[in-house]
Design a protein around this ligand. Structure first.
Ligand SMILES: Nc1ncnc2c1ncn2[C@@H]1O[C@H](COP(=O)(O)OP(=O)(O)OP(=O)(O)O)[C@@H](O)[C@H]1O
Ligand SMILES: [Mg+2]
Length: 445
């Protein structure tokens, strides 16, 4: 399930909360697995009792036992009708439960905000609404299961009454002794109890089947659009929207080896969205996108999440072979030597930002994308980060997003994203960019 999760398109990931995916990749799987094992054991036991008791009942009276032949087809018909409904309702129930888990995860993460701004009532009512939605789906499924079990139970009760009547008639007709009738009834009640257990299991199995279907369906319909690979970047007439919200439009951009581009623009204009598109995580709604494959891109884009583990666990990935020297150099330069063995959650915001950039620089790539690499950094930190980025990306492609335009002289092109979602480009032909070493030495940011 984890592998399936990482195979989903990024557009799917941002549509739901993390908790929703925890429910899909873990909770549903573990519950379905345990229920399946339970059901198999119970079914096995019930089936053995049923077969043995049925054999005994038939051996005592074939005629009385044949009543079951009338009841069983009715119950099988009901099973067929009800189990399909239970399966569909279980799927709705699981979806609402996963959404609830996502909401709950986010609400719990907002501990400080909830307390500081006294938002408990708001959170409570939002969770309550989702809980009710989940409860409604739970109730619908429970109702269908109950109706089915009641119908099956009533049919069995009729069968029981009919068997007693037939048995009585057989005694009166002297074809059966009272002792045989009692023995037959003992066996028959075991058949009844086993059949009841079997019908209860059928509803449980329908629920498990629904979960298993959700597990197999997970990620099947979410097909990632193919982005044509190219030796540079080419965006032509590109537009992008998150559902109904239009963010970028009419974007034309080309970059090749050696280009250094600075992307600036006001908050919320679409800079990070553009970075996601360039890295191939999001596909344009309109227009053409050509970019490098992800193996050749090193992108550090907001929001950035570290993998579980220490800083060193995060920065020693596959592409790091032969980069030990660079790692030590960057750790030293960014003053991260002391924190390499720490979990990133224990670091300050500025230190985390430095680790993010360090990760980006350690990957051997042809295109480097950095989204707001200077946020949370002090002046010295900014100079060091910019210097290291410029040094490492020499003769590569660099796209750097920043609200800070003071470093624009280090770039060949400055791209300004306008509030309309369009681009305005200016070249830096008249500006002589300082050499990275110079910049590092003087912290000219
Ligand atoms: N996951 C999302 N779902 C829906 N809309 C989104 C999503 N992410 C961003 N947006 C919207 O897209 C617009 C552009 O967001 P984006 O993060 O690209 O802006 P930005 O230019 O990087 O802003 P900033 O300077 O604040 O980082 C914003 O108006 C935002 O509301
Ligand atoms: Mg942004």
């Amino acid at each position: 399930m984890l592998a399936k999760y990482y195979g989903l398109p990024y557009a799917e990931i941002i549509r739901k909360e993390t908790g929703y995916f925890i429910s899909r990749v873990y909770d549903e799987l573990s519950t379905a697995g345990l229920s399946l094992v339970d059901s198999i054991f119970v079914l096995f036991n019930t089936a053995i009792s049923l077969v043995v008791a049925l054999g005994l009942a038939v051996s005592f009276s074939l005629k009385a036992s044949s009543i079951l032949l009338v009841v069983i087809p009715v119950i099988i018909y009901c099973s067929h009708r009800f189990t399909a409904r239970i399966r569909t309702q279980s799927k709705y129930e699981k979806e609402e439960e996963a959404t609830l888990r996502g909401l709950l995860g986010r609400a719990l993460a907002s501990y400080k905000v909830t307390r500081t701004f006294n938002l408990y009532d708001k959170i409570y009512s939002r969770i309550w609404r989702q809980l009710r939605k989940f409860n409604d789906t739970y109730y619908s499924r429970f109702k269908t299961s109950s109706i089915y079990q009641t119908l099956a139970g009533v049919s069995l009760s009729y069968a029981e009454a009919a068997v007693i009547v037939v048995g009585g008639y057989e005694i009166l007709a002297r074809r059966m002794t009272f002792g045989t009738f009692m023995a037959f009834m003992s066996a028959f009640w075991i058949v009844m109890a086993a059949s009841k257990g079997l019908f209860e299991q059928i509803t449980e199995i329908s629920r498990v089947t629904a979960s298993l279907e959700r597990i197999t369906e997970f990620g099947v319909n979410a097909v990632e659009k193919h982005v044509p690979h190219f030796d540079g970047i080419r965006l032509e007439g590109l537009a992008f929207a998150y559902n109904e919200k239009k963010v970028l439009r009419n974007i034309y951009l080309e970059a090749k080896k050696g280009d250094r581009i600075l992307v600036v623009g006001p908050n919320g204009v679409g800079k990070s969205t553009l970075a996601h598109i360039i890295a191939g995580f999001l596909c344009p709604t309109v227009g053409e996108l050509k970019t490098l494959p992800l193996e050749r891109i090193s992108a550090v884009i907001f929001p950035f999440h570290f993998v579980p583990g220490t800083v060193i666990d995060n920065v020693t990935f596959d592409h790091i072979d032969g980069k030990q020297e660079l790692l030590s150099e960057l750790a030293h330069e960014f003053e991260l030597d002391e924190v390499l063995d720490k979990d990133p959650v224990e670091l300050s915001a500025g230190q985390r930002k430095k680790v993010e950039v360090m990760m980006g620089l350690l990957k051997e790539a042809d295109l480097y994308v950095f989204d707001e690499p200077f946020s949370h950094l002090d002046q010295t930190g900014r100079g060091k980060i910019l210097g290291a980025i410029l040094r490492r990306t020499e003769n590569k492609m660099l796209i750097l997003i920043s609200n800070d335009e003071s470093c624009s002289e280090c770039f060949d092109k400055v791209i300004r994203l306008e509030a309309s979602g369009e681009l305005e480009t200016s070249t830096q032909d008249d500006v002589v960019a300082p050499r990275p070493e110079e910049l590092h030495a003087t912290s000219r940011v």
